[in-house]
Design a protein around this ligand. Structure first.
Ligand code: SAM
Length: 257
């Protein structure tokens, strides 16, 4: 297969079965339904089907489908040719919700797929997903940590998260250039309503273009110091140190100002 195509589809296939077993072990016993994104050649899919009664796998690359179908024949796993970035989830999962998710996500679209799944606590319970380590660390970062930014704030709105373990390039073919990490995310209903969350993240995004500056300077011309203080924020704090609750309070203070 052309290298550029493989890269576009993020195709680094797992070959280390002990890593596959460790990924499967991060899933909870219930619900016994697992959605897999990007089954590839099926190494994770077959392991999932050994443990769970219902496995649904979405694969974008139609060239992989014949091989996958052959490998999964005789197992309970169901395969669909679909793009996980756009496939409507409600008709696919709604009747049997909730589901867990397992995926060795393609590097090329790992973050947008994760962003799409995060708010779906109505359909999904636990996500066990592999991403490149640098991205996984940004997902779990706490305020003040290196890499704490929009992705961590979005995650904090929707899930508890931890890195379960790291995976070296030698576990894949072809080998990626970077280390990967397996993330476990437990989705929960958001603490803030959707409009408030959108507004708070917009404010945060604006300030986080200058994460190391004082927030008062990062938002100069947009939010006066008195409003920052009314929200209980130290105007000298840095945008990267402010948690989601702080951005929501600031949005409310701006609205009241
Ligand atoms: N699960 C397999 C494994 O661990 O060996 C393959 C993982 S590989 C990193 C990512 C897989 O996702 C590839 O099979 C790729 O074709 C598929 N893929 C890429 N983009 C996708 C998308 N938008 N929707 C569904 N599958 C996608």
């Amino acid at each position: 297969m052309a290298r550029s195509r493989r890269r576009r589809l993020g195709q680094n296939f797992l070959t280390d079965r002990s890593i596959v077993a460790r990924i499967v072990a991060q899933l909870a016993d219930r619900p016994p339904r697992v959605l897999e994104i990007g089954p590839g050649r099926g190494i994770l899919t077959t392991a999932l089907a050994e443990r769970f009664s219902r496995v649904l796998a979405l694969e974008l690359d139609e060239q992989l489908l014949p091989g996958l179908t052959a490998r999964l024949s005789g197992s309970e796993a169901e395969l669909r040719h679909a793009d996980a970035l756009v496939e409507p989830l409600e008709p696919l999962l709604g009747d049997e919700a909730p589901w867990q998710v397992a995926a060795n996500l393609p590097y090329s679209v790992g973050t947008p797929i994760l962003r799409r799944l995060l708010p779906r606590y109505d359909l999904l319970s636990r996500l066990v997903v592999m991403l490149q380590r640098e991205v996984a660390e940004r997902v779990v970062a706490a305020p003040g940590d290196r890499g704490h930014g929009l992705l961590a704030l979005e995650r904090a709105a929707h899930a508890e998260a931890r890195i379960a373990f790291h995976v070296p390039p030698s576990a894949f073919r072809p080998r990626p250039r970077v280390t990967s990490s397996v993330l476990v995310l437990d989705l929960r209903p958001p603490t803030f309503d959707a409009d408030e969350l959108t507004g708070a993240l917009k404010l945060a995004a604006r300030a986080l273009t200058m994460p190391r500056k004082m927030v008062a300077n990062a938002l100069r011309g947009a939010v006066p110091v008195v409003t920052l203080e009314a929200a209980g924020l130290d105007p000298r704090s840095r945008p990267a140190d402010i948690d989601l609750g702080g951005w929501v309070r600031l949005l409310r203070a701006v609205g009241n100002g």
